[in-house]
Ligand binder design. Structure first.
Ligand code: AKB
Length: 310
């Protein structure tokens, strides 16, 4: 029995459906801080800062696996430090502790490329480098990775994790991240509006398409225990591009698409993140390989969003 915490977020919306597709609708309980009209199937309201509530649901459904996705992303976290600690760190500790006490066997925790700071090589950033993030969000993700490893070492709780790049999806919007522009830009393009980008045109960041994200996550979680050699978090790469490169790709399909560049505080966050990621550990341990390039992503994003805005 699987519990998804943060099921209404950018990742949770799609991952919940994928898990239901793989394991059956009656095997996956979705949960979030509020229920939406679009929530179908098994759903529980959970505020993950509330240990007792998580435990109640875990006991009620005899949960054996938790995907803990609730988080405040990098841009928003900068102005909400205490709340970010509560949502990004305390909720994870709650999940790990509830799991330890209630025989949950496996936990998935999403980390991020935000764990890397100025000291890490920015090109092909390796899995195992010193992590000195300079953002609230990055600090919380390093913390989370270490807590996961701690519960694995100390209690044999099977915690697994991926450092996600910026996720590009059409199903729902990201909220409050530094990489959000790579989703917003497609919405503006489809609406025939000019896009005002908060990063400089040549800021290249690691990104990944939602289908690759879901495949990577399920592949990691389905790998045998012996295949998992990293208990902090795995680097996973999709592709890397800059705002100018997406704009060019969009113009191949919408020739009059316009973009302007007005960098704000998010530029400084992006400037300390990797340009590209070395994901050879994920490839060697559980066979990870991405499938989507920028042209594929642009084609799918524009066509799916056109249908949504019809
Ligand atoms: C963000 O921009 O904060 C996230 C991330 C890279 O983790 N998308």
């Amino acid at each position: 029995m699987i519990l998804v915490i943060g099921a209404n977020g950018q990742l949770g919306t799609v991952l919940t459906q994928a898990l239901r597709g793989s394991y059956g609708a009656d095997k996956v309980v979705a949960s979030d801080i509020m229920k939406r009209e679009s929530n179908t199937g098994l759903f529980e309201v959970i505020d993950a800062t509330n240990f007792k509530r998580i435990e109640e649901v875990v006991k009620q459904y005899k949960v054996t696996e938790i995907y803990h996705l609730a988080a405040i992303l990098s841009a928003n976290a900068e102005s909400n430090r205490i709340r970010s600690w509560e949502i990004n760190t305390k909720t994870l500790l709650n999940v790990l502790e509830v799991s330890r006490l209630n025989k949950v066997e496996k936990v998935f925790y999403p980390s991020s490329i935000a764990v890397f700071g100025k000291n890490a090589p920015r090109i092909k950033t390796p899995n195992n480098v010193s992590l000195n993030p300079e953002t609230v969000y990055g600090i919380s993700k390093v913390d989370g990775e270490n807590w996961g490893q701690y519960y694995y070492n100390k209690y044999d709780l099977d915690v697994r994790s991926i450092r996600y790049p910026g996720v590009i999806s059409y199903q729902s919007l990201p909220g409050g991240g530094t990489t959000d522009y790579a989703v917003d830009i497609y919405h503006k393009a489809v609406l025939n509006e000019k896009y005002s980008c908060y990063l400089t045109k040549d800021t290249t960041l690691p990104m990944i398409f939602i289908d690759d994200v879901i495949r990577a996550t399920l592949q990691l979680m389905e790998a045998s225990k012996e295949q998992i050699n990293i208990r902090t978090s795995y680097n996973v790469s999709g592709l890397s591009f800059s705002p100018e490169e997406v704009a060019k790709e969009i113009r191949k399909r919408i020739s009059n698409f316009e973009i302007e560049y007005i960098p704000d505080f998010r530029q400084e966050i992006a400037a300390n993140w990797p340009v590209s990621i070395d994901d050879s550990c994920a490839y060697n341990d559980w066979g990870w390989q991405s499938e989507y390039n920028l042209s594929d992503i642009t084609k799918v994003m524009l066509s799916k969003l056109r249908n949504q805005y019809k």
